[in-house]
Write a protein that binds this ligand. Structure first.
Ligand code: HEM
Length: 478
């Protein structure tokens, strides 16, 4: 029994996804039909397993899942690590005819989905069957947000997801607190455009202030101590509880940080995310303590911090594509919040350089993939970055083409999944894109981005990784 199934008791449930199936079929057994061969699982051989580990799993682990290690990212970017990973996945797809391939993951066997039909099914299966809290993910995330929706299952998960959906206004492109958030961005953004250069450390600090104000309120804007605590927890989460003593220390630090977040939430301005969570009806009910509506803020702080790298990469790509930058002019000067063209640029940046390059789940019931049945507790991986940069399915896969996001239905196109799809789709998608777009617009309103480092050649395929920590942009007044 895996850790995740042990926690949920899923392996004890006799539920199966396929009606009438009561157990795992013997794949070698005679089905009684000589003409119908029983599909066999595609298993990676020893050499393939080593190659997958060396080019995909280990580099991702060393990079850090929840707190990217800047030097490792820079080294992997220089070495072209994403190219190795893509080559491995392409070879696996060719060798196994597109079937899902069973490989050895960090915690045991894992099914890697390489065919679009299987990827579609991954998104279509309900989260109760294909759960978010896969063991490897849970080990890391449970340090950062033990009561977060992504770490939860069953009815508790559904309640927490409802709170997230409503507080983050998951179904609305413009968040109800947009006016207040815009005011925060307008107050903080001038720090970015003082000189003719904008480097990433300044952008990261500015975004951190904006995020604390949006989530916890103005009183938290300068709370560097809380920032240090959260950073230490994130760094430890990368070790996935392998260092037991340090994990215990991170748990203690989480309790301190959670108490600080509660203090801010109690006096936060009504438009902030923690005030909205605190005033949510579910936070007043009998199960309020177990639900921990305010505790969801730990994920919100983590996720919104990604706005810094997203803005840095978007501006760098716009510097390399001056015509795209120019085409944003009217929209940016107009001062509205919809910003459809700029949002498309942000989404395209996320397709090329996703914040979540791998989507990992665990099955809570028997499932069937390409005719083969797998037991509950199977880890399933969609290498999302590989798929959304796959030239076999995505035109101009390695080019910056924001217009693809303006086509009707683009947000539901499963070839591209920076926010995932289906029941596990990101509830903060609109808020994240809105925040990144508003901040990018604030930089572009009085300036042009004329260049930047690292150099990006618009005529060549874009690199697989773009280390944000080293990004430096050149600004010119207009
Ligand atoms: C802007 C960049 C963002 C990207 C690219 C992004 C991407 C994603 C992805 C791919 C997932 C699914 C993860 C998985 O299957 O393991 C996810 C989940 C989630 N995201 Fe985001 N996200 C972003 C911003 C945000 C923001 C701003 C918030 C909240 C303030 C947020 C809150 C969440 C939550 C709560 C989940 C868990 C959903 C669940 O368990 O059902 N995200 N995000």
């Amino acid at each position: 029994m895996t850790e995740a199934t042990a926690r949920s008791g899923a392996a004890d449930e006799s539920t199966t996804e396929a009606a009438g199936t009561t157990g795992i079929p013997d794949r070698t057994a005679d089905t009684g039909s000589a003409s119908l061969p029983v599909p066999r699982p595609a298993r990676a051989g020893r050499a393939e397993t080593v190659r997958f580990a060396a080019t995909h799993t280990l580099p991702a682990f060393v990079r850090g899942a929840f707190h990217l290690r800047p030097r490792v990212v820079a080294a992997q970017a220089a070495l072209g690590q994403q190219g190795w990973s893509a080559a491995t996945l392409r070879a696996m797809r060719a060798r196994h005819g597109g079937a899902p391939v069973e490989v050895r993951g960090l915690s045991g066997p894992m099914l890697v989905l390489l065919d679009q039909a299987d990827v579609r099914r991954f998104y279509e299966l309900p989260v109760r069957t294909l759960a978010m809290d896969a063991p490897d993910k849970y080990k890391a995330l449970s340090l950062l947000e033990p009561t977060g929706v992504i770490c939860s299952h069953g009815d508790t998960r559904e309640e927490r997801r409802r709170v997230n959906d409503e507080v983050l206004a998951a179904d609305r492109p413009v968040h109800p607190s947009c006016e207040e958030f815009r005011a925060v961005i307008a107050q903080e953004a001038p720090a970015l455009i003082q000189g003719s250069e904008l480097d990433f450390p300044l952008l990261r600090r500015t975004v951190a202030r904006i995020v604390r104000r949006m989530v916890l309120g103005d009183a938290a804007a300068g709370d560097e101590e809380l920032a240090r605590w959260l950073l230490a927890i994130r760094e430890e989460s990368n070790w996935m509880r392998m260092r037991r003593r340090r994990a215990a220390a991170a748990e203690a630090l989480y309790r301190k940080a959670a108490a600080r977040v509660e203090e801010y939430a109690a006096r936060a301005e009504p438009h902030t995310l923690t005030a909205l969570a605190r005033n949510h009806p579910a936070a007043q009910g009998p199960d309020a303590a177990a639900l921990d509506a305010v505790g969801q803020a730990h994920h919100w702080l983590l996720a919104l911090d990604a706005v810094g790298p997203i803005v840095a990469r978007t501006l760098l790509l716009l510097a390399a594509h001056p015509a795209e930058q120019e085409a944003l002019r009217a929209e940016v000067d107009g001062g509205g919040a919809e910003l459809p063209r700029l949002r498309a640029c942000v989404e395209e940046t996320l397709r090329l350089f996703p914040v979540v390059p791998d989507l990992l789940r665990v099955t809570r019931a028997e499932t069937e993939w390409s005719g083969v049945h797998y037991p509950a507790g199977t880890a399933v991986l969609v290498p999302a970055l590989f798929h959304q940069r796959d030239p076999e399915h995505v035109p101009a896969a390695h080019q910056f083409v924001p217009a693809r996001w303006l086509r009707p239905g683009a947000a539901q196109d499963i070839r591209m999944a920076p926010f995932s799809h289906g029941g596990g789709r990101c509830p903060g998608e609109h808020l994240g894109v809105l925040t990144a777009s508003l901040l990018t617009a604030a930089v572009l309103r009085g300036h042009r981005v004329t260049g930047g480092r690292p150099a990006v050649d618009p005529c060549r395929p874009l690199p697989g990784l773009l280390a944000s920590a080293g990004i430096r942009l050149t600004l010119a007044p207009r």
